[in-house]
Write a protein that binds this ligand. Structure first.
Ligand SMILES: [Zn+2]
Length: 404
């Protein structure tokens, strides 16, 4: 696993502004985390794409790591196979034979749908491991006559967004908004109202009752064409939003993984673009190959198929001071839209990453942590891609100082 260097050779006086005391941080320094690829067994890139997303979701990785397989469980136990895979993948490139066996995939030369396998895997591992992806959706029906509302709450692990044909560019934010809009049912579909005791004009809509930690969206790129009797792919382009709009009471969601699909319905190829939770760098996972990339690869692209957003820990825009006292967090990603002070108590934090674009005002960062056995537990900060050790713990950050 990753080791972040803890050298702290630039002591700063409390309260002083950070001046860019740059160390030699070429690509070597930023490459301290090594990610590994997965072998394609034939056409199993759909599976590799999903597995890398799951591996790069720390809560899921942790849940898999903690799993204790019962002695009598067979080799086909999926959680056990995931555990073996993740252990291997942490150190080396890995193969997925154990996974395909436990998922009952016999035809490894047949292309399958990544979203379908994302859902299949989460269902198979059970709610303990999959809960980070789960939210609660309330599907409400309302009688147009008496106003009686009937809620129906269900668990969801992804939201399917439709794509209108004929549009040059897909507006995902608009599509997400549409998903939650109220609609009136056709008369044939009117529902029975208990109060009115007959079928009445019905209005329906959905709203999220419990926001998932990881919100997964997938785009309805494949649609059945009843004239040609085949599935057709909608290849419209979009700029993948790096964060979801702050609407109503929505928490802030930040993009961290995108599964790309290239090619047609029954053939094609998948890869995944993932922002590492360990160093904040974007990587492209393409079977065996893992390369660094940037979010620019998600602009004006016709490939995105499934997107994963993480609920920001520092969500509400009105928070002025955020105190992080995480048990075992190794990396904290701050998106401090309105945060004036972030207090990190990094017992185990090794690194905090700040997004310079979101620093609108000077922000004070306090890193506080007791030293233990003569070792400082205070971590390092990465500012705008630059690497600053911070031993004393108090730094004031502005957009300018980050860019210096
Ligand atoms: Zn009614």
């Amino acid at each position: 696993m990753c080791q972040i260097k803890m050298s702290a050779n630039s002591m700063k006086k409390p309260g002083t502004h950070i001046t860019a005391q740059k160390r030699s941080h070429g690509s070597h320094d930023r490459n301290e985390v090594q990610y590994n690829g997965l072998k394609n067994q034939g056409a199993t890139c759909y599976l590799n794409a999903v597995l890398q997303c799951l591996f790069m979701t720390p809560e899921f990785r942790k849940a898999v790591g903690r799993y204790k397989a019962p002695g009598d469980c067979g080799e086909e136990n999926l959680l056990l196979q995931l555990q073996k895979l993740f252990t291997k993948l942490s150190e080396n490139a890995a193969t997925t034979e154990g996974i395909t066996r436990s998922l009952g995939i016999r035809h490894v030369y047949e292309q399958q749908d990544a979203v379908e396998y994302y859902r299949k895997i989460l269902k198979a591992v059970g709610t303990h491991a999959s809960k980070v992806f789960e939210g609660k959706m309330n599907n409400i029906t309302k009688c147009g006559q008496c106003g009686n509302e009937t809620p129906e709450i269900s668990t969801f692990i992804s939201i399917l967004l439709s794509i209108d044909a004929g549009n040059d560019k897909y507006d995902m934010e608009k599509s997400l908004k549409t998903f939650f809009e109220h609609s009136k049912l056709e008369e044939d579909d009117w529902m029975y109202c208990e109060r009115c005791d007959h079928k009445t004009e019905t209005e329906t809509w959905s709203k999220i009752d419990e926001y998932p930690t990881v919100l997964t969206l997938h785009l309805k790129r494949f649609d059945f064409d009843y004239i040609q009797m085949i599935y057709k792919k909608n290849e419209c382009r979009l700029d993948v939003p790096l964060s979801l709009p702050k609407e109503d009471n929505w928490p802030i969601y930040e993009l961290y993984a995108v599964i790309n699909h290239m090619g047609g319905y029954s053939s094609g190829h998948y890869n995944t673009i993932i922002r590492s939770f360990e160093n904040g760098i974007w990587y492209c996972f393409d079977d065996y190959n893992v390369t660094q990339t940037s979010e620019a690869s998600l602009e004006n692209s016709s490939l995105p198929y499934m997107l994963m957003y993480r609920k920001s820990a520092l969500s509400p825009g009105s928070i002025k001071t955020a105190v992080l006292n995480p048990d075992n967090i190794k990396t904290a990603v701050l998106n401090p839209d309105n945060i004036k002070t972030a207090v990190l108590n990094p017992d185990n934090i090794k690194m905090a990453t700040l997004n310079p674009d979101s620093i609108h005002q000077p922000m004070r960062i306090l890193l506080t942590g007791p030293s233990r056995a003569g070792k400082s537990t205070v971590g390092n900060i990465i500012l705008g891609g630059n690497y600053f050790p911070s031993k004393t713990g108090v730094e004031t950050v502005t957009k300018e100082s980050m860019r210096a």
